[in-house]
Design a protein around this ligand. Structure first.
Ligand code: GLP
Length: 241
């Protein structure tokens, strides 16, 4: 695991964005695993700017998102589907048929069961972007997690519902369940870039880097992955000392 400390979220976006752009140049058919939340936003901004300026081609790129809320359909402004449209997909030339996001309505259980197979059929995820929950969750894999889990339905814990309520009008509107790629699904990615900034992530990062591997802190399993980069800001670094 390599830990990279940068000044702020903008610099993180530039760094991670450039890693992705270089990888696209090397393999225009790259398969990307994407995340939602505030952590990857500066990266997506950088990718959009690059597409505008350099015309980086997204037409052959396939993407698989980590998760989606149950109960929100794709038109719902709070859905992760809309998040991805508004923060990335509307601004690059990705093809709709190459975008994969778990569904949160209809037969979402069946969809979840086929998701890992779809990823495998696409050749597996080359680069997975991850954020980090304050409680150490990755995707929506809450503690205590199952390290062997595939894409599945997850009950969100109170602290996650409360942390994510900032994106909703009130906490009552936050869905209580989600579909998420499992820990095993995430661990199969060839390369993982985990982004975290802000002091509230310091404890989870400490566990990730220095803690014992435990199902009570889902991200700690990443210690076993052979190609993980943890990209944090100075605010976190100062609290690690
Ligand atoms: C949600 C998402 C995670 C994300 C986490 C942190 O729970 N399901 O994928 O990593 O929030 O979000 P943020 O980046 O906004 O801090």
């Amino acid at each position: 695991m390599e830990v990279i400390v940068l000044k702020n979220s903008k610099k993180i976006g530039k760094y991670v964005g450039q890693v992705i752009i270089d990888a696209i140049k090397e393999n225009p058919k790259i398969v990307l695993g994407l995340a939602t939340g505030s952590s990857p936003v500066t990266t997506y901004n950088y990718l959009i700017k690059d597409h505008k300026k350099n015309n980086t081609d997204w037409s052959e790129i396939k993407t698989f998102n980590l998760d989606e809320y149950i109960g929100l359909d794709q038109q719902n402004p709070q859905s992760y589907f809309q998040f991805m449209k508004n923060h990335l997909f509307n601004y690059v030339n990705i093809k709709d048929e190459n975008i994969n996001i778990p569904i949160g309505t209809g037969d979402y259980e069946k969809f979840a069961k086929t998701y890992d197979k779809k990823i495998a059929e696409a050749g597996g995820i080359d680069i997975q972007i991850l954020g980090l929950g304050e409680n150490g969750h990755i995707g929506f894999n809450e503690p205590p997690c199952d390290f062997n889990s595939k894409t599945q339905v997850i009950d969100l814990v109170e602290s996650t519902i409360s942390a994510n309520s900032r994106f909703f009008n009130s906490i009552d509107e936050v869905p209580k369940r989600a579909v998420s790629m499992g820990i095993d699904s995430i661990m199969k990615a060839k390369k993982i870039l985990l982004i975290a900034f802000g002091e509230n992530k310091a404890n989870a990062i400490k566990q990730l880097i220095q803690g014992e591997i435990s199902t009570n802190v889902p991200c700690t399993i990443l210690q076993k992955h052979k190609n993980v980069y943890v990209i944090i800001d100075k605010n976190i670094e100062k609290l690690l000392k």
